[in-house]
Write a protein that binds this ligand. Structure first.
Ligand code: PLP
Length: 348
């Protein structure tokens, strides 16, 4: 705290990201990064971008990337918004598409950045409890609101919602924007992008950080009705006209074009998830069914914080949230088969 801080800054409660340790000998299963590298074609495209043209500003609209995303999902480029990580895309959504005078609805156990953006942009919110099996009940979301957001699969539970349940929420709220945060959808879920053509109030966000293994590049996107996209462009062009640099634009477009690498690596992660889930269940853990690149687990009689501390002593890091309903759970990102084995060895 300092006398130079504005009253606004004094009351902010910022997000706390998972640890990015400086040590390199750790088995890092704490922030849901992809254990396999980015597409070799994406790396090549980025290397080709390093040169004299870096003296020039990048394309402010990211047109080539928008076309690559549009082609991948069979939508129009005018239905696509791109930003510096999906966190930035989400920030613009909170700023530009949620009402401030009616509460934003999201689950009580969800991505912990949502309440932070509400604080930053002065948005009232209401957190709706997941049911006992940690599922979202779509009926809960039929009530007055200034917008709705939830991840699918949900984070940090990994639980997937089907398209018909999502459609129920979208259909039941024709006067609000419903945002489906699909950071993990490529690990087994069905994207709601197939619905955006029919619902002008549906916006789907995705990131290249997880399934395309480019967390270090910072690129995210949203797909929805052109009117929603235009609102995001207005906010973006009032904040930073060049949020994605030349290297990132080239790498992200190439990553979308390389379907083979995308499919190969995500299927390996899915297979490892199923195997690790079975191994942990055998060791007495309760493992929530996951559609993501992480699993959410608890042990009936071992304390979660104690397990996390023990793992850390054995150079394996996982994520523990201190929040009430989930304080006995650990979120474990899926690593390579060797990393997953290191986790099992450390548990033994
Ligand atoms: C990782 C994650 C994001 C952020 O992704 P970036 O593109 O890396 O900013 C957004 N939402 C959820 C639920 C996430 O887990």
């Amino acid at each position: 705290m300092s006398k130079f801080w504005s009253p606004f800054v004094k009351q902010l409660v910022p997000y706390v990201p998972g640890e990015q340790p400086k040590l390199t000998n750790l088995v890092k299963l704490n922030t849901n990064e992809n254990p396999y590298g980015p597409s070799p074609l994406a790396l090549e495209a980025m290397r080709a971008e390093i040169g004299d043209t870096l003296r020039l500003y990048p394309d402010p609209n990211g047109d080539r990337l928008k076309h690559a995303v549009a082609a991948f999902y069979d939508v129009q480029p005018g239905q696509v918004f791109v930003g510096n990580g999906s966190d930035e895309v989400l920030a613009h959504i909170f700023h530009g598409l949620f009402q401030q005078d009616k509460p934003l609805l999201f689950p009580d156990i969800s991505y912990s950045f949502y309440p932070v953006y509400c604080g930053l942009y002065g948005i009232d919110f209401e957190q709706l409890a997941l049911d006992e099996s940690f599922q979202i009940n779509p009926d809960d979301y039929i009530r007055p609101n200034g917008g709705i957001i939830f991840p699918n699969p949900n984070a940090p539970t990994g639980c997937l919602m089907g398209l018909s349940a999502i459609e129920q929420v979208v259909q039941g709220n024709p006067d609000s924007v419903v945002v489906v945060d699909e950071a993990y959808i490529d690990f087994g879920g069905e994207t709601a992008i197939s619905l955006v053509g029919r619902y002008p109030n549906l916006l789907v966000t995705q990131t290249l950080s997880k399934s395309r293994s480019l967390a270090g590049l910072r690129v995210g996107l949203a797909v929805g009705h052109p009117d929603l996209i235009e609102a995001l462009e207005r906010v973006k062009n009032s904040f930073n006209s060049y949020p994605i640099d030349r290297i990132a634009l080239a790498g992200a477009a190439a990553a979308f074009e390389d379907r083979a690498w995308f499919d190969h690596t995500r299927h390996r992660v899915i297979a490892s998830r199923e195997q690790l889930s079975a191994e942990l269940a055998q060791r007495g853990f309760e493992v929530l069914p996951s559609g993501a690149n992480f699993i959410f687990v608890r042990h009936p009689d071992k304390d979660a914080a104690a397990i996390a501390a023990h793992l850390r002593e054995h150079n394996v890091i996982v994520r523990h949230f201190k929040q009430a309903r989930i304080a006995q759970f650990l979120r474990i990102s899926i690593g390579t088969p060797e990393e997953n084995q290191a986790l099992l060895d450390a548990l033994a």
